[in-house]
Design a protein around this ligand. Structure first.
Ligand SMILES: C[S@@+](CC[C@H](N)C(=O)[O-])C[C@H]1O[C@@H](n2cnc3c(N)ncnc32)[C@H](O)[C@@H]1O
Ligand code: SF4
Length: 348
């Protein structure tokens, strides 16, 4: 089997060309073809000699793979489904919004964190995506050239696959790669201790922490990861980091009706986050089957937002997009997984 070039950092491309006896400068040329021109085959890398292209092709391929399924929402959101070589499915969501066009990417197939409200968590964990598979989500969609932002808010916990995520971020933000500003990229996490420390030290991208309750016992009930790395400790780590240099820190907070949506919670959030340079994104819950949680109504969400803003924390209500296309992350891949199982049963 050939090795994918897509997903290789410049250092890795340097090693690859050296091993093949190609000139050292061809590593940058290959990076330019891959990440600048986004070619789909080695044959298109026309400033490499024919001999070197043939040599490269003996061992490598670009390694891009088109989505197997696209589901379009009435509001312009498109959910893409990619198939992994193991036969699993991962989701990416393209979200156009005026001048902005954001792609929400996945970092794992399923997730180990088992948050109560999350469909991906319900799938369990089937593996981490490679750098190739992470970047391929950005490389292989028709809207790739109009993207303004990428958020790691799809399936999986990015800090549980940090090596691959950091390498993807390097390629997206390096001059040899996509040359994007790190301010165009946000990584969302439940907060894993070692991952958080490494991410803060090794990347300049924005950070979003999934919070969902300021009370440790309730947060643990919603998000078991709280038991390993409590929100109070996460906040302490963040307090020692300087977020004033354009790197944005935000907290995500799903408002569950009658669970965490009263002003008691807003007041506690203000206490927890006092003095931190941050904002809160209030998220509408996308209902998932078999879970006894409901979304809060708009009036409650507005009152919650206004309380936070009045008490010094900038808060926004995130617009809910693609409600008509299995909106909750993990729903489409779960449905596809199920359909594939049924197809296989029929074949037997
Ligand atoms: C799917 S997660 C992926 C990133 C990372 N694992 C995390 O939890 O932050 C991205 C965001 O979606 C939220 N989320 C998960 N299930 C949801 C649902 N059913 N409705 C609304 N938001 C949900 C998570 O809490 C998190 O803030
Ligand atoms: S919300 Fe994030 S961490 Fe929790 S199960 Fe879903 S993907 Fe995993």
């Amino acid at each position: 089997m050939k090795t994918a070039l897509l997903g290789k950092t410049l250092d890795e491309l340097n090693d690859a060309v050296k091993e093949l006896g190609m000139p050292a400068f061809s590593a940058r040329q290959i990076a330019q073809w891959l990440y600048g021109k986004k070619v789909s085959s080695i044959d298109e890398m026309t400033n490499l000699s024919l001999r070197n292209r043939e040599l490269l092709k003996e061992h490598y391929e670009v390694g891009a793979a088109l989505p197997v399924h696209a589901m379009r929402s009435a509001d312009g959101t498109v959910k893409y489904l990619f198939r992994t070589p193991e036969g699993n499915f991962v989701e990416s969501v393209y979200i156009p919004d005026g001048e902005r066009a954001t792609l929400c990417v996945s970092s794992q197939v399923g997730c180990k964190m088992n948050c109560k409200f999350c469909m991906t968590g319900k799938q369990g964990y089937a593996g981490s995506l490679t750098v190739t598979q992470i970047l391929n989500q950005i490389y292989s969609i028709p809207e790739r050239d109009s993207l303004t932002n990428v958020v790691f808010m799809g399936m999986g916990e990015p800090f549980d696959n940090l090596d691959a995520v950091l390498r993807a971020l390097e390629i997206l933000t390096s001059d040899y790669g996509y040359a994007w500003s790190p301010k165009r990229i946000t990584v969302s996490t439940v907060g894993l201790r070692r991952g958080l420390e490494r991410f803060l030290a090794e990347s300049d991208c924005h950070l979003a922490v999934s919070l969902h309750s300021p009370f440790p016992s309730q947060r643990a009930e919603l998000m078991p990861a709280e038991r390993a790395f409590p929100i109070t400790e996460i906040v302490n780590v963040l307090r020692n980091y300087d977020f004033s240099k354009q790197r944005r820190l935000s907290f995500e907070y799903i408002l569950f009706g009658g669970v965490n949506d009263s002003l008691v919670y807003a007041k506690e959030l203000v206490k927890l986050l006092r003095g931190l340079d941050c904002r809160i994104n209030l998220i509408r819950f996308h209902a998932i089957p078999g879970v006894d949680l409901q979304g809060a109504d708009m009036e409650t969400m507005t009152a919650f937002r206004d309380y936070l803003t009045k008490h010094g924390i900038f808060a926004t209500i995130r617009a809910s997009r693609g409600e008509d296309i299995f909106a909750a992350c993990g729903m489409l891949s779960t449905a596809e997984q199920q359909a594939e199982k049924e197809r296989n049963l029929v074949k037997q």
